[in-house]
Write a protein that binds this ligand. Structure first.
Ligand code: HEM
Length: 301
């Protein structure tokens, strides 16, 4: 939808469709890299959050050793994936600069084409004057993000047709996603420092650090949602960029409200039943019991 490929348009119809070309289109590699790295990161931090929660509840339970090991492993995996996610995020921004420049400009509220373009963090936009108030601005950083060079010219929103521009609220989703990434990077980085340096080891199970680890789970999950919001809202007004607008694709069929409610109910049932099954499986069954069983059988813990 963002970088359509693998078809030809003839008289308003899609012909000569090549599914593999469509799938492995120009943005496939960079997007797949970012999504896989952020999924790995989220999985690690969610598991770390569970371990931190258990340790905050009771550091001396039968399960404590198990959760300490889990915490170490998930923090290391989370940190590595966060680094990869950041690298992939940087590649995504460079890709947008070349292929979807209007999207990058919308993320950054960048109105005038210029070199040494600033990276704008949060702030409030005055639509009429195109002025941004209360933002943290990093001079030249948008040019650098776009092309590793502060002198690179970044195309501004004023140089695109007005009715081809995405909604400017995407700016906040971008900033929130990046903030969550930086937060997870700092927390897992600090945790790893406590593992590396003997003098810092007493802080590994520090309450404040465990609370911060607890937050990395929801933070990375939220970052995934912000990422999807920004990427899909960022391709508006197109459903297939350059070919079909969302307004042309929106269905006129009736019964949509009913289907939406039914889907909502289905997900609610799935949520309740899976929560029930998971609680039954894990309640009052210390994880250490499983480890002991493996050891009894002669395996490694
Ligand atoms: C910290 C630095 C990060 C940077 C520089 C960054 C950059 C980007 C960019 C430029 C896009 C837009 C791609 C597009 O519109 O085509 C994007 C999308 C996305 N981001 Fe991030 N991101 C970062 C962190 C994260 C984190 C921490 C997560 C989640 C844990 C995340 C999840 C996503 C998702 C799910 C998407 C949509 C998928 C896609 O089309 O690429 N990002 N990111």
């Amino acid at each position: 939808m963002n970088t359509p490929a693998g078809f030809e348009m003839k008289h308003g119809k899609m012909v000569n469709v090549q599914p593999f070309e469509a799938m492995f289109n120009a943005s496939f590699l960079v997007r797949a890299f970012h999504v896989v790295a952020t999924a790995g990161m989220t999985m690690a931090f969610l598991l770390a959050a569970i371990a931190a929660f258990k340790l905050l509840k009771n550091k001396f339970s039968k399960d404590a050793e198990y959760h300490k090991k889990a915490l170490k492993m998930t923090m290391i995996v989370g940190f590595i994936n966060t680094l990869l996610a950041m690298l992939a995020g940087d590649m995504s921004a460079k890709f947008l600069h070349k292929v979807q420049p209007e999207k990058l400009a919308a993320y950054e509220w960048h109105f005038d084409t210029q070199s040494k373009a600033d990276l704008v963090f949060f702030g409030v936009l005055n639509d009429k004057t195109q002025e941004v108030h209360g933002a943290i601005k990093i001079p030249g950083m948008l040019s650098f993000l776009a092309d590793n060079n502060v002198n690179t010219k970044v195309k501004g929103l004023n140089d695109f047709p007005k009715n081809d521009l995405p909604p400017l609220i995407v700016h906040y989703f971008f900033d929130l996603m990046v903030s969550m990434g930086i937060f997870c990077f700092i927390v897992s980085g600090l945790f790893i420092l406590t593992l590396i340096f003997k003098k810092l080891r007493k802080f590994t199970l520090n309450k404040g650090l465990l609370y911060a680890v607890l937050l990395t789970g929801p933070a990375s999950l939220l970052a995934i949602e912000f990422g999807w919001f920004l990427t899909e809202m960022g391709r508006q007004p197109w459903i297939v960029r350059g070919y079909m607008r969302v307004s042309q694709a929106a269905t006129q069929a009736g019964g949509i409200t009913l289907v939406t409610i039914m889907f909502g109910l289905l997900y609610l049932v799935l949520l309740v039943t899976s929560a029930y099954v998971l609680l039954r499986m894990f309640k009052n069954k210390p994880a250490q019991d499983d480890v002991d069983k493996v050891i009894e059988k002669g395996g490694q813990a």
